[in-house]
Write a protein that binds this ligand. Structure first.
Ligand SMILES: Cc1cc2nc3c(=O)[nH]c(=O)nc-3n(C[C@H](O)[C@H](O)[C@H](O)COP(=O)(O)O)c2cc1C
Length: 329
């Protein structure tokens, strides 16, 4: 078995270009994903507002664009724009820089998407799921690989859904080991992900099988990949506990207060430089604060102070002051 692919999971309002760059600089994953972006919105007057979700910079490596929506013709159009590089040019990327693939979100359990029949609701609507996959493939025309990220069923475990997806000749299938009904309430079931890999082998298709759910370290990812003979593991919330999670040996646990604050400073500065036109509210940074401002005396008080800040300038000056201040122990 080759070394498993280790992939940073898409997380809406979290894995924007800024956080992906921070994680990549700490220790690069093999692949990263954009937040999910709605193709029906992209093909409407709302396009400009949604492009921020696809934004990336030339130094980002192996970025997959994740799409969701309802209208197959819009999947096709956006896939075409991604595959021919015109979307990357629209985002300001120089020639030669593009996404490395397209992923279809068929796993998001949120009511706002499911009530419209999108994302994980497609588990219950195979005709539309197939139309969407076919339309996207047509748009890509073999120029970029296509993957699907999904769950192991809607209201109950349904391996026939996985079998159906394996029949679609996808390059990669990312399986979150929970049903939609389970949301995030029970532990991910990795035995089912292992079953999906066995099914792939039985059907003799080339689709890479990537497992996802509750992985908290690189070592755990490698153990699960070996145990279930998977091609890779996708990790989301684990980076909230260790931004260096993708490193062979993470320095995070012993990283000094100053270095943690320096890393948050870098994140805030990059955020300020990237979203200069207020595309993202400063308060979206609050969900990151606990990652960095954690594990040292006075962290809670400092977090409270930082989370009340109204601008990136204010955040940067609080961070500068507290980095200079002597820690209490
Ligand atoms: C805040 C947040 C936002 C998410 N947004 C997306 C998304 O845009 N697309 C997607 O496929 N999954 C999304 N997910 C699900 C994650 O990609 C992942 O499947 C899930 O968190 C389980 O993996 P983990 O236990 O490693 O975090 C999101 C999860 C979280 C916590």
């Amino acid at each position: 078995m080759e070394t498993p692919l280790l992939i940073l999971a898409p997380m809406d309002d979290v894995t924007d270009t800024v956080f992906r760059q921070v994680v990549q600089d700490c220790a690069p994953p093999d692949m990263t994903f954009t937040e999910f972006v709605n193709v029906d919105g992209l093909m409407s007057v709302g396009r400009a507002r949604l492009l921020k979700k696809l934004r990336f910079v030339a130094s980002e490596k192996n970025l997959v664009a994740q799409l969701w929506g309802l209208k197959p013709e819009n999947f096709k159009a956006v896939a075409q724009q991604i595959a021919d590089g015109s979307l990357a040019r629209e985002l300001g990327l120089p020639e030669g820089h593009n996404f490395v693939g397209v992923d279809l979100n068929m796993g998001c359990p949120a009511k706002s998407e499911v009530s419209h029949g999108a994302c994980s609701a497609l588990i219950e609507n195979r005709p539309l799921a197939k139309e969407i996959i076919d339309a996207t493939s047509e748009g890509l025309a073999g120029r970029l690989p296509l993957s699907v990220k999904t769950r192991v069923g809607f209201s109950h475990v349904d391996m026939s859904w996985i079998e159906f997806l394996l029949e679609q000749k996808l390059s990669m299938l990312i399986i979150h080991g929970r049903t939609r009904k389970e949301m995030s309430k029970v532990p991910a079931n990795w035995d089912l992900i292992g079953e999906a890999r066995e099914l792939r082998d039985k059907l003799t298709v080339n689709t890479l099988i990537i497992g996802n759910g509750d992985v908290m370290s690189r070592q755990q990812a490698e153990e699960l990949a070996a145990k279930y003979q998977l091609d890779g593991v996708m990790i989301g919330r684990g980076v909230f506990h260790d931004p260096y999670l993708f490193a062979q040996e993470s320095p995070w646990e012993s990283l000094a207060r100053e270095d943690r604050l320096e890393l948050y400073r870098k994140h805030v500065q990059l955020f300020a430089d990237t979203w200069q036109n207020g595309e993202r509210a400063v308060h979206t940074l609050n969900k990151f604060c606990k990652i960095y401002v954690n594990g040292f005396d006075g962290a809670k008080e400092l977090r409270e102070h930082l989370m009340a800040a109204e601008s990136t300038n204010e955040l940067l000056s609080i961070l500068d002051e507290s980095r200079q201040a002597q820690p209490t122990t």
